[in-house]
Design a binder for this molecule. Structure first.
Ligand SMILES: [Zn+2]
Length: 426
C-alpha cells in the first residue's frame, strides 16, 4: 500500500494517462498524494530537468493555491495567492478525480499549511524571529486566523471533491532553508500571540532572546561546540522547545476539532520531519499521533534527511576546516551518531542506516498502531541506491513507503521499482 507525490504541473502537463502508465509500471502504488498548494521549491530540486514533462524543463513553485475555490471569499482575513493557472481554468485535482474514478488508486490531497504566499492580515498571523523581523512566507501556528482559514478551506475542498483524508505538510516552525538560507528563522516565533503564550508557560521572553543572541554570537565567531553546549544545557531553551511543540500540536488538535465539528469523517494525516530533527521544529510525534493515525516522514539519506544541511553549514563556516567542525557540531546537536566527515557527507549523505534508524525512532515515539510511511527519494539517485533505500525501509519499523516524487523521477526508476517488486513477490 505504497504512495507517491504528484505536483499540479505533472497532471496539467503530462496528463493522467501517462502518469497512470508509469505508476502501473511500479506495481506497488495504492495512494496518490496530489499537491493542492505549492511551496517555494524548484521542480526538480535543486537543479536539473523534469525528465518526462514535455511542456516544462523545470517548474518553480511559488507558494500558490492551485484549485478553483474563491479563497478570499471563503476566509477574507487570510488567504493564499491563487496560481495563475487556475485563472486559465486549470484544475489538476478534478482531472485526477475523474481519471482515477475507475482505477484502484486512492487520492489523498496534500496541503502545505504554514508556508506559502499568503495574503491578508499577515501582521497578525506571520512568524517573527528573535531579532523582531518578519519571517517571509511563514504563518505562525498561534496566529488567530490560521485555524479558521484552514478549517474552512478543508471543508470547502471536501464539499468540492468529496475527499475526506488529507496529508498536512509544513506543520511546523520555519527551518533554516527557503528561498535562501536563513537560520534566524529557527529562533522563532516572537509574534504577540507566541510571546503571550510563552509568558503564560513561564518563559521570560527577554531572557530567552538574550540566550539566543549569545548562541548567535558563538555561531558567528565559528565556535560551534560552545553554541551546541548552550542549546543543550539551557533550561530556557528547553522550555522554548516545549513551547514550540505545544504550539504545533495545539494547532493540529484545534484544526481537526474545528473540521470535525462540520464533518466528523475528515481525517488528517501528518507529513513530518524525521524524528532526529522534528523536535526542534515543533513536531512532537507522541502527541501528534494521538490525533492522527497515519504519518509520513522523509529519511532522505542522500540529502541529509530532507534538510539542507550543506546550506546551513556553509552559511556559518567559511573554510573546509571550519566546515568540518560545524558539521560535527551539527551531528552532536541532533544526536546523529554517524562517524562521517563533512566531505563524505557532501558526497554520499548519511549512511543508509539513517533510513532504518529514523523509521525505528518514529515507531518508538508514536502511538501504537500508527501507520508509518517512509519517504523514498526517487530522483537524483542511482538505481542501486534506490533499491538500497527500499530494502532499508522494508527492514525497518515503517509500514509502507511514499515516493518523492513522480515528476522528478527518471523513467528508468519506475522500472527499477517495478522489477524490485516483482522479485519480492516471487
Ligand atoms: Zn507566533
Amino acid at each position: 500500500m505504497n504512495g507517491i507525490h504528484l505536483h499540479p504541473h505533472d497532471i496539467i502537463d503530462e496528463g493522467t494517462d501517462q502518469i497512470f502508465t508509469l505508476l502501473n509500471v511500479m506495481g506497488d502504488i495504492h495512494y496518490i498524494f496530489p499537491q493542492v498548494n505549492t511551496i517555494f521549491e524548484r521542480n526538480p530540486y535543486p537543479r536539473g530537468m523534469l525528465p518526462h514533462n514535455s511542456v516544462h524543463e523545470f517548474v518553480q513553485g511559488e507558494g500558490t493555491w492551485h484549485v478553483p475555490l474563491d479563497v478570499k471569499m471563503i476566509y477574507g482575513e487570510l488567504y493564499q495567492k491563487v496560481d495563475s493557472g487556475v485563472q486559465k481554468g486549470e484544475d489538476s485535482i478534478q482531472l485526477l478525480k475523474e481519471a482515477s474514478s475507475n482505477t484502484s488508486f486512492k487520492i489523498i490531497p496534500w496541503l502545505n499549511l504554514l508556508n506559502g504566499d499568503f495574503q491578508g492580515n499577515l501582521a497578525n498571523n506571520g512568524v517573527i524571529d528573535f531579532r523582531g523581523n518578519y519571517t517571509e512566507n511563514w504563518l505562525c501556528p498561534n496566529g488567530p486566523d490560521v485555524v479558521p482559514m484552514w478549517s474552512k478551506l478543508i471543508i470547502a475542498l471536501t464539499e468540492k471533491y468529496g475527499y475526506t483524508n488529507y496529508l498536512i505538510d509544513r506543520i511546523r516552525f520555519p527551518d533554516w532553508a527557503g528561498k535562501e538560507v536563513n537560520p534566524k528563522g529557527l529562533f522563532s516565533c516572537f509574534c504577540p500571540h507566541c510571546k503571550k503564550r510563552m509568558e503564560t508557560s513561564g518563559i521570560i521572553v527577554s531572557e530567552l532572546i538574550d540566550t539566543m543572541n549569545m548562541v548567535a554570537a558563538q555561531l558567528k565567531s565559528q565556535d560551534f561546540q560552545s553554541a551546541v553546549s548552550i542549546l543543550h544545557q539551557s533550561e530556557i531553551i528547553s522550555k522554548w522547545i516545549h513551547f514550540r511543540q505545544d504550539s504545533v500540536s495545539s494547532f493540529v488538535e484545534k484544526l481537526l476539532n474545528e473540521i470535525q465539528k462540520v464533518n466528523p469523517h475528515i481525517q488528517l494525516w501528518l507529513d513530518l520531519w524525521p524524528p532526529s530533527y522534528a523536535w526542534l521544529l515543533g513536531q512532537d510525534y507522541s502527541r501528534l499521533t494521538k490525533v492522527s493515525n497515519t504519518l509520513k516522514h522523509f529519511p532522505y539519506h542522500k540529502l541529509g534527511g530532507g534538510a539542507d544541511v550543506q546550506g546551513f553549514i556553509e552559511y556559518f563556516a567559511d573554510t573546509s576546516a571550519k566546515q568540518e567542525k560545524a558539521f560535527q557540531a551539527f551531528l552532536t546537536f541532533f544526536n546523529l551518531q554517524y562517524n562521517i566527515s563533512y566531505e563524505t557527507f557532501k558526497e554520499n549523505g548519511y549512511p543508509i542506516s539513517f533510513v532504518k534508524n529514523e523509521n525505528d525512532k518514529v515507531r518508538a515515539l508514536s502511538e501504537a498502531n500508527t501507520h508509518i510511511f517512509s519517504g523514498i527519494q526517487m530522483w537524483n539517485i542511482e538505481e542501486n541506491h534506490l533499491i538500497e533505500a527500499l530494502e532499508a525501509a522494508k527492514n525497518s519499523e515503517a509500514d509502507d513507503v511514499l515516493y518523492y516524487c513522480y515528476g522528478w523521477a527518471n523513467e528508468k526508476l519506475f522500472h527499477t521499482v517495478g522489477k524490485w517488486n516483482k522479485t519480492k513477490m516471487k
